[in-house]
Design a protein. Sequence first.
Length: 166
Amino acid sequence: MDIQGLSKIQCTKYSDLDDLVIYKASALGLPLIGGTALEVLSSYYGTPGVRTRSDNDLDFISGSESTIKDFQTWCKNNIDPDKVKVDVMYVRSHDITKYQFDIHGVLVMKPQYILWSKLTRGNERDLKDIKWLMTIPELLDSDINNALDDLGVTKPEFTTLESLLR
């Protein structure tokens, strides 16, 4: 896929480098997570009401230190950090590859994983994002309890989620 294919992805663009960074990360197997992922999911599922990206950053996730290093080297050589900030979270506690999927050539974490990540952090903005995530019919139709159990959601986190659904 060439970068022009990213025009199918609807998300806020802060710089002319956003698509290039997203394309490169996806090619390396680094899925989006965070505000940009929420916007892409909103477009994909046709579920309005998601907040726009909060600032000029792109957040990715990986379970591979070597892939992260390759991506960071590429960013250092190709991306002006004044135009876009790129963050990559390293996760080794579980296999993230089963929680990512491809939307028009862009890797994005599945709603179940984003829900889990928001629950574990739990700030005010995250709670709003969780409420929005719970409007995605496909998420509610999925086996969300098994996914959250697999990811290690604690009883207090389930209680938080239940209170948000009331």
